[in-house]
Design a protein. Structure first.
Length: 294
């Protein structure tokens, strides 16, 4: 952690409230409080702090896996020091994720807007990126003339870095549908109509991949479960269904994950942050189990 430390600033909160040293950790949490390309309702830059705050009060034992998260060494590295330049922020995210991976740890990013996934993908180069999202983020430019934003991030990743499978998608435009033709995606409606078939499709895609990165845009959940997001879309999945789908996508080949687009400004009562924390806790527990660490 040489150059990466130059890009990190300490956060007063600690993920889960339990502090473990970096050297002994298996997972490294990194906040990226950036939302400069947000096009509708800004505020996801406050997401990392909200996740940390709620995580410190959440119960850490996973009943499903019988895993006590307190026993899993998770280091909190603080936040990436952000600037107004999206490319500079992505460069810093890339540098931090690369060095964390070189130290044989799994980076867990807390967003912030979805654009930050591009920096992680550049560093980790997964074979498959599983994207839980209500949107494709497949626009070529958004707004006009801007090639790198929260609405173009998966197009940039799919063009240059790795295969992408979207799960829970339901809101799109003609340009994105045309680009998505022949690519892998599972709609929220197909999940709700036939969960068994949808999960089987996802499992088949994941099993064929050598390395996996998981990106969770919180707006994949229906607004009834996560109202505190920048771009809510009706007809989404529940938190429980998302956790079941993670069962089919978290493998021993996981190289990194992120959870993005929590907007605490709109999260009255904190239900969205609570959902985000439970999702992260379960994903980390499943990863530790699949890798034989617990």
């Amino acid at each position: 952690m040489n150059k990466a430390r130059l890009y990190l600033v300490e956060n007063p909160y600690c993920f889960s409230g339990v502090r473990h040293g970096y050297e002994d950790s298996w997972f490294s949490v990194i906040g990226v409080p950036f939302d400069n390309t947000t096009s509708f309702r800004p505020g996801s830059r406050f997401g990392p702090a909200s996740i940390r705050l709620f995580s410190a009060e959440a119960e850490m034992l996973s009943l499903e896996d019988c895993i006590d998260l307190e026993k899993i060494p998770i280091s909190d590295m603080g936040d990436v020091a952000v600037t107004f330049s999206v490319e500079e922020v992505l460069k810093r995210v890339e540098t931090v994720c690369r060095e964390v991976r070189e130290d044989s740890k799994i980076p867990v990013l807390l967003g912030g807007e979805h654009t930050i996934t591009l920096g992680a993908a550049r560093a980790l180069r997964p074979e498959l990126l599983v994207c839980f999202d209500a949107h494709f983020d497949y626009r070529d430019e958004y707004p006009q003339g801007v090639k790198t934003s929260h609405a173009t991030v998966m197009r940039r990743i799919s063009e240059d870095l790795c295969r992408v499978v979207h799960v829970g998608v339901r809101a799109t435009c003609r340009e994105e549908v045309e680009y998505a033709h022949g690519r892998d995606f599972i709609t929220s409606r197909s999940i709700l109509r036939n969960f068994s078939e949808a999960s089987s499709t996802l499992r088949s895609l994941v099993e064929k991949a050598g390395s996996i990165y998981i990106s969770i845009d919180l707006d994949v959940l229906d607004p009834a479960y996560a109202p505190g997001v920048g771009n809510p879309e009706a007809c989404g999945i529940s938190t429980s269904i998302l956790l079941d789908l993670l069962e089919h996508s978290v493998t021993d080949r996981l190289v990194g994950m992120d959870l993005v687009e929590l907007n605490p400004v709109l999260d009255y009562g904190g239900s969205s942050a609570a959902a985000a924390v439970r999702i992260l806790f379960q994903a980390i527990a499943k990863s530790a189990r699949r890798k034989g660490l617990v």
